[in-house]
Design a protein around this ligand. Structure first.
Ligand SMILES: Nc1ncnc2c1ncn2[C@@H]1O[C@H](COP(=O)(O)OP(=O)(O)OP(=O)(O)O)[C@@H](O)[C@H]1O
Length: 247
């Protein structure tokens, strides 16, 4: 039985692709305001797990409860409305719009056709844009065209676009890929700030970064959970050293 206090309760989740179980009877609980990092070798099933949680891929069996509501049969857009946000590796921002406009169009009211028609740039929207821009460190770049931002800034802008929707669960796939050392540091600070109001799940390969940000680490292997706990605990787990960290 799942504890209803969890933000996310994944139980006995399985997905098969032509008989191959990419996720195999997996159970995972994430707390409110927790920053969970998922690690594991290539092909372990990390991305597939996030695809299942956000609704991009349908589960073959098992349950995904978000804030104690069953998500498993809901389409992706409904899960977004319920508060699940997902960022993919490549940024999908509007390069020709300013930072301000990118954030503005991500305000939930602007999303449906009718919402977009009725949409006015109200004081509420402007203040939300500013709050989010401050969170992502782009307050002084509001008028800059997004295409002119650095790679790291583009990634933060996309996180900001998700934050405009005030997700209660944010999932990020390798957020620091291609970033400079300084951008990595700033991203660690950003993630620590944003998990104060929501749960965050990060897939990451860079162990120094994982150490810096993770409240708890889940190690996946062959569609299952191999180990889970603090970074110290999983780093010293012989099973983990054997299949992953030792290589
Ligand atoms: N749509 C699909 N059809 C068939 N097989 C798939 C599909 N999606 C994923 N797989 C397989 O499931 C397994 C898990 O893949 P997944 O991308 O989730 O691993 P990962 O842990 O994210 O790996 P990486 O670190 O390389 O990104 C792989 O063997 C992959 O080939």
């Amino acid at each position: 039985m799942s504890n209803t206090d969890y933000a996310l309760a994944v139980e006995d989740l399985t997905v098969s692709f032509d008989g191959f179980k990419a996720i195999d009877n997996l159970t995972l609980y994430v707390d409110k305001n927790e920053l969970r990092v998922i690690i594991g070798p290539n092909g372990a099933g990390k991305t597939t797990l996030l695809d299942l949680i956000c609704g991009r891929t349908r589960a073959s069996a098992g349950s995904i409860k978000f804030r104690n509501e069953e998500m498993t049969k809901l389409p992706e857009y409904t899960r977004v409305r319920r508060g699940i946000g997902r960022k993919f590796q490549t940024p999908s921002i509007y390069e020709n719009l300013s930072v301000f406009q990118n954030l503005e169009v991500s305000f939930p009211k602007g999303r449906s056709v009718f919402g977009a028609l009725a949409f006015r740039c109200t004081d509420d929207v402007v203040s939300r844009v500013k709050l989010v821009a401050e969170d992502i460190g782009l307050l002084d770049k509001l008028d800059t065209e997004a295409g002119l931002l650095s790679h790291g800034q583009k990634q933060w802008l996309e996180i900001g676009m998700l934050l405009m929707q005030e997700p209660e669960l944010l999932m990020l796939d390798e957020p620091i890929a291609g970033m400079s050392a300084r951008e990595r540091e700033l991203t660690a600070e950003l993630l620590q700030r944003i998990c104060k109001n929501r749960s965050v799940i990060v897939i990451e390969h860079d162990m120094d970064f994982v150490k810096q940000i993770a409240h708890k680490v889940t190690v996946m292997h062959q569609g299952k959970i191999l180990a889970e706990g603090t970074m110290d605990k999983v780093q010293n787990d012989p099973k983990v050293i054997d299949v992953y960290l030792g290589h």
